[in-house]
Design a protein around this ligand. Structure first.
Ligand SMILES: [Mn+2]
Length: 266
């Protein structure tokens, strides 16, 4: 039994299958951890959704911002952008069942000393608190107020956590941190516009994982979302988005021994 953590797939199904072959992944024996952004930008989002949803308990995937964007399109709360590649999913005969499956995925998964999340955790959040907050959002997303939630996720404000937050703004901060954050100020204000590499941080901001008082340092965070950071490991962090869809690599790490597997873009 082995656990393979894999970076952002972004609809790159054939590369994903090549990577699984390279790992000799066996769904009867092994497990996959997917960091989210299963869909969009790449050419085969539909195939990714069909394959991953068919893996059952062999896979644990968390939601990324592109996955939520797909749910927003399907709910009619956002219009398609000219550069998305999601029409094939929206027009598929099995679209409803695939999106129902997608909407039940968690925003955060904790297993032993590891945390699986798409983007990151705000510095004030311990791992148990982040898990409780992620579950708070997950309950709404899988329930009857799902469409209302999706409509109310749009926007970057408020940009920081506060235990007193209520209603949609509370859920919006949680989702923005878990699925979109890269840079943060030391007191936990997210700088949502910045997408460059860590060294491009604007004055007063740091990569979220580098904040000195971050309470989730108790665990190793397995994440994606930041292709300009690339595949990056340090104490307590495994960042897996190595930008295959942008001409980089698709990366898997075997959690048990740290072995790395990669498929380069053609
Ligand atoms: Mn992302």
């Amino acid at each position: 039994m082995a656990t393979y953590a894999i970076g952002d797939l972004q609809g790159c199904y054939s590369a994903f299958r090549r990577l699984l072959d390279q790992c000799a992944f066996d769904p009867a024996r092994d497990r996959l951890w997917l960091v989210g952004d299963l869909v969009n930008r790449g050419p085969e989002s539909l195939e990714v959704l069909r394959f991953v949803s068919g893996l059952g308990s062999a896979v644990t995937a968390v939601l990324g911002n592109h996955d939520l964007y797909l749910l927003m399109l399907a709910a009619g709360v956002k219009r398609r952008a000219s550069d998305d590649t999601l029409l094939q999913v929206l027009e598929a005969p099995d679209c409803d069942s695939l999106l129902r499956w997608l909407s039940t995925l968690p925003l955060l998964h904790v297993e032993g000393e590891h945390v699986l999340v798409h983007a990151g955790l705000l510095p004030q959040w311990s791992v148990p608190q982040a898990l409780a907050l992620a579950e708070e959002v997950g309950g709404v997303l899988a329930g009857k107020n799902s469409k209302k939630l999706l409509r109310n996720l749009l926007g970057d404000q408020p940009d920081a956590w506060n235990d007193e937050l209520k209603g949609w703004s509370r859920l919006r901060v949680i989702v923005n941190a878990l699925t979109r954050m890269r840079f943060c100020t030391v007191d936990g204000h997210m700088a949502m516009r910045a997408k460059g590499p860590p060294e491009s941080a604007s004055r007063g901001t740091l990569p979220w994982f580098a904040l000195p008082q971050r309470k989730s340092r108790t665990h190793t965070i397995v994440c994606g979302h930041w292709s300009a950071l690339g595949f990056y490991r340090r104490d307590g962090l495994i960042a897996l988005d190595s930008g295959y869809v942008w001409g980089g690599k698709l990366t898997a790490v075997r959690i048990e021994d740290g072995e790395v597997f990669q498929v380069p873009a053609n």
